[in-house]
Design a protein around this ligand. Structure first.
Ligand SMILES: [Zn+2]
Length: 304
C-alpha cells in the first residue's frame, strides 16, 4: 500500500535523526544494494539477526527493472515481517527528475549524481541540479547526498589493478568538500578517499588522514561509496572518524554469483533456479551483510 505523505515525512525525520545518532555514537548505516527480492531477504535476515539498522539501495537500472513503488512496497512488507529498522536509498540518481520521483515514492535517502550520466558535467551544472533536488526534498524531509565530481569504478569484479596515482586525482579535498556543501546545502557528502566502485585484485587503501581533515572541514554526514574489497579495519577507523553511511554492492554480487554457480553445478537436475537461490544464495549474501554490520559497528543498535 502506498505510504501517506505524513508517513513518508515521519520516516524521513526518523532517518535524519538516526543518521545524527550514528555519527555521535560512531557507527555507520550499511547501505546494501538491492538487486532483487532474495537480496532484500538476505539483508533483512542479517539486520534481524544482528539487530542492526540498515539501508537498502537501488541504482537507476534497478529502479527501471523493479519500479519505485514496488521497491517501496517490498521494503515496507519485509520491514514489518522481520520487525527491522530499514530505509531506502536511491543511489546514483542520474537526473533531477529521477531524484524527484524517488522523493515522491517516499525514499528516505536520495543520492543525486549528475556526473554519473555526464562525466563532463560542469561544476555549475552539478551545483545547480543538486540544489534543485535539495530544495525539492524539503517537501518530505528526505536526506540528499552528493559529491562535486564523477566518482570512478563500477560495481563488478575487476581484473585490472588499481592505479592509485590516477585515483588520487579524483580524491575529495577538505576545501572542495566545504565549498560544495556550502553551495548546495546537501545532508550527506560522498567522500572519495581511495574508495572506488567494484572489487579489484588488490585490497583498497583508504586515506584516513584525508578523511579526518574532511570531517573537520564540514558539518554534514559523510558517506563512503565503493566499500567492497576494503579491509574491515579501514571501516572501523572510518566510522570512528565520523563516516555514517557505507555503500556495499560488489561483495554481495560476488557471493550471489559464486554460491549460485556452485548450487547449479551440484544440482544439475534442478530447473527451479529460484529454489536454489532460496536454499543457497540467500545464506551466502546474508553472511556478507553480517560481516559488514560488524565492521560498521551497527549491531545491536536497531530502533524499529
Ligand atoms: Zn556509489
Amino acid at each position: 500500500m502506498p505510504l501517506t505523505i505524513s508517513e513518508i515525512r515521519n520516516n524521513c525525520l526518523k532517518a535524519r535523526e538516526r543518521m545524527a545518532t550514528a555519527r555521535n555514537e560512531h557507527w555507520a548505516f550499511g547501505a546494501f544494494n538491492l538487486d532483487d527480492e532474495p537480496t532484500l531477504i538476505a539483508v533483512a535476515k542479517a539486520a534481524h539477526k544482528k539487530n542492526s539498522p540498515v539501508l537498502v539501495e537501488v541504482s537507476h537500472g534497478e529502479v527501471q527493472d523493479i519500479g519505485l513503488n514496488n521497491i517501496r512496497d517490498l521494503v515496507d512488507n519485509v520491514k514489518a515481517e522481520y520487525g527491522i529498522e530499514m530505509y531506502i536509498n536511491l543511489d546514483h540518481s542520474p537526473s533531477v527528475e529521477a531524484a524527484k520521483a524517488g522523493i515522491m515514492a517516499g525514499f528516505e535517502f536520495i543520492h543525486i549524481d549528475i556526473s554519473q550520466a555526464d562525466h563532463n558535467a560542469s561544476d555549475e551544472q552539478i551545483i545547480k541540479s543538486t540544489k534543485e533536488v535539495v530544495e525539492y526534498a524539503k517537501f518530505t524531509g528526505a536526506l540528499v547526498e552528493s559529491e562535486p565530481h564523477y566518482f570512478g569504478g563500477s560495481s563488478n569484479l575487476h581484473t585490472e589493478t588499481i592505479d592509485y596515482d590516477e585515483i588520487k586525482k579524483t580524491f575529495s579535498t577538505p576545501e572542495g568538500a566545504k565549498a560544495f556543501v556550502e553551495a548546495t546545502g546537501i545532508d550527506t557528502f560522498a567522500a572519495a578517499i581511495g574508495n572506488l566502485h567494484g572489487k579489484y585484485p588488490v585490497p583498497k587503501v583508504l586515506d584516513l588522514n584525508l578523511l579526518r581533515r574532511i570531517r573537520e572541514a564540514i558539518d554534514c554526514n559523510i558517506s563512503l561509496h565503493g566499500g567492497s574489497g576494503t579491509p574491515g579495519h579501514y571501516f572501523k577507523d572510518a566510522v570512528e572518524i565520523g563516516v555514517s553511511k557505507i555503500n556495499i554492492n560488489s561483495d554481495m554480487r560476488i557471493a550471489y554469483r559464486t554460491s549460485l554457480e556452485n548450487a547449479l553445478k551440484e544440482n544439475p537436475e534442478e530447473y527451479s533456479v529460484a529454489k536454489l537461490i532460496n536454499a543457497h544464495v540467500i545464506d551466502a549474501v546474508q553472511e556478507v551483510v553480517e560481516s559488514k554490520i560488524a565492521d560498521f559497528n551497527s549491531a545491536g543498535r536497531a530502533q524499529p
